[in-house]
Design a protein around this ligand. Structure first.
Ligand SMILES: C[S@@+](CC[C@H](N)C(=O)[O-])C[C@H]1O[C@@H](n2cnc3c(N)ncnc32)[C@H](O)[C@@H]1O
Length: 334
């Protein structure tokens, strides 16, 4: 099929704000959860989900044109594989990410223009404090944030974990590990290792039910604290999507804190969206913008990772690509 002319392509790009809101509405209402039971006429869906029939029909028609649902007969919709990612509590679900992004990221992103002009983080301006401090005052969003991170583990990072040879023994410290979803998956591949999920105290307090659900309770301990102050002692430090939350000076501080906490020879293994050079499409490009608007953080190239790790006094070993957009960044404590 021929590409649309540039003005048409631009209108499609500009309507991204509507796509995000349409996906959010469908996720929040629970459309995909209902369609997971089988195709449904819109009128029935509207009754069951307490929606306006005509408005819901227009929402589903738009999302079907984007491949999220499929109209199997007039005004009757079913799920596509893409739409299945909006079903709750299912391997590969992105529903919590859809809810979290739209409830905590969408509004601050209206300030991106200001961030580009001033360099000041849009979310810090919007919430009058850094995003993670604001989150601490929102118990519902703390759980949602950890579940959204678990979505990314179950849907994407699991493919990265499966392709990488993690150390098979010792104690792994998952620094900034949220509810332990990633650590639980890593420990599946290393039956003789134990782990500690380490995160802010309120995140750890909230993580208990999820950790029980992951079923590795006997091998995972949970510890609350501040990664800039001290991290528990271990043999392997995991950092997943943590370095990208911070600017270079904070990321150096946190790696220095790990260097202080671990013994000589301890490994540091980071899962990050290492930024490719050039303008090829890559998930790191859009998430880099998320980090700019929300956290003052950034995605980094391999060369920038090396500079960061060496600047914190660690021995940089390089990156190992995975079949997913994530790479494994390897380093050691000297
Ligand atoms: C982007 S999330 C990544 C979560 C998890 N590693 C994953 O990949 O699913 C960053 C995590 O860092 C935690 N965090 C932020 N500031 C922290 C601090 N000062 N000390 C410990 N953890 C912190 C957050 O609570 C959050 O769980």
């Amino acid at each position: 099929m021929e590409a649309h002319p540039p003005p048409v392509q631009m209108v499609q790009l500009l309507s991204g704000f509507q796509v995000s809101q349409a996906l959010y509405a469908a996720a929040k209402i629970g459309v995909a959860d209902r369609l997971a039971e089988g195709p449904q006429p819109v009128e029935q869906l509207a009754d069951d989900l307490d929606c306006d029939h005509l408005a819901l029909a227009r929402l589903l028609r738009t999302l079907a044109s984007l491949g999220v649902f499929t109209e199997i007969e007039p005004e009757t919709y079913g799920l596509t594989p893409l739409g299945e990612t909006l079903v709750s509590d299912k391997e590969g679900s992105m529903r919590d990410l859809a809810l979290m992004w739209m409830e905590t990221h969408y509004a601050p992103f209206a300030g991106l223009l200001g961030t580009v002009r001033s360099g000041k983080c849009a979310a810090t301006e919007h919430y009058d404090q850094p995003f993670f401090s604001w989150l601490a005052s929102q118990p519902d969003q703390v759980s949602r944030f950890s579940r959204a991170m678990a979505n990314l583990t179950g849907g994407i990072k699991v493919g990265a974990i499966g392709s990488y040879a993690f150390p098979q023994s010792g104690t792994m410290i998952d620094v900034g590990g949220a509810d332990g979803a990633l650590l639980a998956k890593v420990l599946e591949t290393a039956p003789n290792a134990t782990g500690i999920v380490f995160d802010l105290p309120h995140v750890i307090a909230d993580a208990e039910p999820a950790l029980k659900g992951y079923g590795r309770g006997d091998r995972i301990a949970a510890v609350g604290g501040d990664l800039f102050e001290a991290v528990p002692r271990g043999d392997v430090y995991l950092l997943s999507m943590v370095l990208h939350d911070w600017n270079d000076s904070d990321a150096t501080r946190l790696l220095t804190s790990i260097g202080r906490g671990g013994a000589t020879g301890s490994r540091v293994i980071a899962l990050e969206l290492v930024m490719p050079t050039g303008d090829e499409p890559h998930m790191s490009k859009m998430i880099d913008l998320t980090m700019l608007g929300m956290l003052n953080g950034r995605e980094r190239t391999d060369a920038e990772m090396r500079t960061l790790f060496e600047g914190a006094g660690l021995l940089y070993d390089g990156i190992v690509p995975t079949p997913t957009p994530f790479s494994v960044v390897e380093a050691r404590i000297p």
